[in-house]
Each structure stands twice: as structure tokens, then as C-alpha cells.
Design a protein around this ligand. Structure first.
Ligand code: ATP
Length: 382
């Protein structure tokens, strides 16, 4: 099982060649007429993961999830769960459960009846049902609400009933389609952590579909970014954020500055990119898989750019001059839009560390210098 998400010490199963995947999706395609909603997706997921399928509307993530649940049949490819091929198993017999965004609770049943429903359908002994329902109520902290009906609950409580109902049958795999989409922002944040706690207590493998990149970053052990029916990158949240493999992923996850340019030098462990739209040279202190003369893009996160009023000591590279065009105060940080000498508008974020800055704050129309470390840009070739 996957250990704590951020301990960083243990070899994670996905980086251990000897680890056996729990869910193996191989070459799965789903066509609707001529259109491939899911196009040759292969993906290994390990026991105890919260794996997030992240992508924009229509990229095929729900279709992929529905194939795992058995609501859609793949046009090609296979899905294996815990060494069992799911192809011949109808949805209701799969050791898989799905939690829908709408929660689909039975309005006329109490919370405990809603949770017990699936177990009653399976004709489990009454005492066993009572014990498992009571255990689930306690895990989702709804013991006191057992006798209420769904309309007497808040959005977050309904979400927890739906989760309890999906987990009480102890599925090997729980599929969650936009599980927090119906909650407001604050509650969603709180519920994300709660969901992680519950998942870790039970050790059930979760596959979560979301279009919300912040949600994926918070919940996921790993993220699969989807675009046009394909998985375009798989990685931990930090790998996806720090080392995107394309402009699409860099731009989709968080905000980023994409500077188009031409590689002018690529020697061992170093590279330089001429960025005319920026009016300067971007230098990186690592090897780049591209040749001089090639068009490339330097992607730099707004929080990795420093804003200075005075020119730094070394202004040759990784430093451009510009003028502040916009400032947005966000409370914890401020966003600056700075027009560089080359014309490109650069987004910079700075934390607001002090409450009052006594005239230190950089203002609109001020001339500033933008600098960044040689390790900060990611050089992208596609
Ligand atoms: P969203 O976040 O908007 O739900 P999604 O990534 O989950 O998007 P899917 O629901 O998987 O997207 O749909 C992928 C594509 O397949 C869409 O273009 C959709 O119109 C198409 N599609 C889905 N189901 C069908 C169907 N039954 N018949 C024809 N086309 C379909």
C-alpha cells in the first residue's frame, strides 16, 4: 500500500520496478462512431493510491472511469484489477464502486439506511450490516446524524454519506467522479483533507476524475493529465508542477510564463535561449535535449521570478528590464504584470510578508528588473 503521501523516504511503488500494479489499463480505446473519446490509454495504478485523472471538459476522463466501472465497454484494450480481467464481469459484480458528483442519495431513507442499502441488497446478516454501518458512520463522523434524511444535511455531510455508502461494501477500487464539485470552495478544501484521511484509514485504492488542478494537486498520490482522449503526462503532483513535459501541461497546472525562443547554446550541463519577446537570454544550468538553432520554450512559474527595483549585480542573462503594468492584491500575495523590454507581459507573484510596507511596495508604471535562478525555467520542446 502507498505510504504517507509526503514522507519522501520509502521507494514509492511506481518507481519500484518490482512492484506489481493493482490496476492495469492497457491500450484502452473507446470510440463513439468515428470519434475516439479515449485513445489508446495505458496506465498502471498501485494499491492504496489516490490517482487523479485530470483534464479539461471533454478530454475523455469520465469515459475512462465509466469503462472501469463497466458502464461502457472498451472498443479495444483491457482492464485488469488485482490480477483479474474485468472484461467479462458485469458492473454489479465488479469489486468496484462509483461515487457520483450528484451523490444520488435516496431522499426517503435515513443516513444509516442509505449506507446500509448495498449490504441489504447482498442479504448480509443483520448484525453484520449494523456493525459495518456503525463503523462507516464513525469513520465519516456522522454517527449523530444516523437518523436524519438527506434534506436535513449540509452539502459536506451529504458528500460524506455518499462516500460511506460507496465504501461500506469494501470495494477494491473506488471511482470518484468530481467528488467535491458540489461543495463551495472552503468546504471543498476541508473535505479534500478529510477524504485523504478516510482513504488512508481504509487503504482502498481511489481513482478520482477532476477538472480542478488544485484538487488533483491536494488529493493525488499521482496525477494523469489527459488531453484529447490521451494521457499526456503521469507523475506525482510535484513532478507535474516542477517538470511538465509540454507547454500544454505547464499551462494547465498552475500559472506559468511561457517564453518562446531559440536555443543558442547547449553544452554539457548548460543551455542558453535567446528570447526576443522577453528581450534577453534565459540560461539554465542543466542539460537540455535539443540542438542549437531549435525553437524551444522556457517555462517559468510566477513565484520563481524576483522583482527588483535596482538592477542586480549581474544583468547579462536571467535578468530583464520591464515596467509594471498591473498589480492585483490577493491578500497573501500580490500578482504583478510586468511588460518586459521585448514586449512580453510577464506574470510575477510575490508573497505579502509584512502587513504594512512603509513605502517599499513596488507601484504601477515603475521600472523594475526581473531575475530568476538558472534552475527555475523548464525548457520545453513541444
Ligand atoms: P467533462 O469534464 O466535461 O465531463 P470528460 O473529460 O469527462 O468531460 P467525457 O464525458 O469522457 O469527457 O467525454 C469525452 C468525449 O466523448 C466528449 O467529446 C463527449 O462528447 C464524447 N462522448 C461521451 N459519451 C458519448 C456518447 N455516449 N456518445 C458520443 N459521444 C460521447
Amino acid at each position: 500500500m502507498v505510504r504517507s503521501r509526503n514522507d519522501g523516504n520509502a521507494l514509492e511503488p511506481w518507481s519500484d520496478p518490482a512492484a506489481e500494479p493493482y490496476v492495469r489499463i492497457s491500450g484502452v480505446t473507446k470510440r463513439f462512431g468515428d470519434f475516439a473519446a479515449v485513445n489508446d490509454v495505458s496506465l498502471d495504478i498501485y494499491k492504496g493510491e489516490i490517482f487523479c485523472l485530470l483534464g479539461g471538459s471533454g478530454c475523455g476522463k469520465s469515459t475512462l472511469l465509466r469503462m472501469l466501472a463497466g458502464f461502457e465497454t472498451p472498443s479495444a484494450g483491457s482492464v485488469v484489477l488485482d490480477a483479474q480481467d474485468l472484461a467479462a464481469i458485469p458492473p454489479y459484480q465488479r469489486p468496484v464502486n462509483m461515487m457520483f458528483q450528484s451523490y444520488a442519495l435516496f431522499p426517503h431513507m435515513t443516513v444509516e439506511k442509505n449506507i446500509a442499502f448495498g449490504l441489504e441488497q447482498e442479504h448480509l446478516p443483520k448484525a453484520q450490516i449494523a456493525e459495518r454501518v456503525s463503523q462507516m458512520l464513525s469513520i465519516v463522523r456522522l454517527t449523530e446524524y444516523a437518523k436524519r434524511r438527506p434534506h436535513q444535511l449540509s452539502g459536506g455531510q451529504k458528500q460524506r454519506v455518499a462516500l460511506a455508502r460507496a465504501l461500506v461494501k469494501r470495494p477494491k477500487l473506488l471511482l470518484l467522479d468530481e467528488p467535491l464539485g458540489a461543495l463551495d470552495r472552503k468546504l471543498r478544501e476541508h473535505t479534500q483533507f478529510e477524504l485523504i484521511n478516510i482513504q488512508q484509514q481504509l487503504g482502498v485504492t481511489f481513482i478520482v476524475v477532476t477538472h480542478d488542478q488544485e484538487e488533483a494537486m491536494t488529493l493525488a498520490s499521482r496525477i494523469g493529465v489527459m488531453n484529447h482522449g490521451q494521457i499526456v503526462q503521469i507523475g506525482t503532483p510535484s513532478q507535474i508542477y516542477e517538470a511538465p513535459n509540454s507547454k500544454f501541461v505547464a499551462d494547465f497546472i498552475g500559472s506559468v510564463n511561457l517564453f518562446e525562443g531559440r536555443l543558442i547554446e547547449a553544452q554539457e550541463g548548460q543551455a542558453r535561449i535567446q528570447c526576443d519577446e522577453l528581450g534577453g537570454v534565459v540560461h539554465v544550468d542543466y542539460a537540455v535535449d535539443a540542438s542549437p538553432g531549435q525553437s524551444v520554450c522556457a517555462a517559468i512559474r510566477p513565484e520563481r521570478i524576483h522583482l527588483l527595483r535596482e538592477p542586480p549585480e549581474h544583468t547579462g542573462e536571467n535578468c530583464v528590464r520591464g515596467v509594471v503594468r498591473e498589480i492585483a492584491y490577493m491578500g497573501d500575495m500580490s500578482i504583478y504584470l510586468v511588460q518586459a523590454d521585448g514586449g512580453k507581459v510577464v506574470r510575477v507573484t510575490q508573497p505579502n510578508i509584512a502587513r504594512v510596507t512603509h513605502g517599499q511596495r513596488i507601484e504601477w508604471d515603475e521600472q523594475v528588473y526581473l531575475t530568476w535562478r538558472a534552475g527555475s525555467p523548464v525548457v520545453l520542446t513541444r
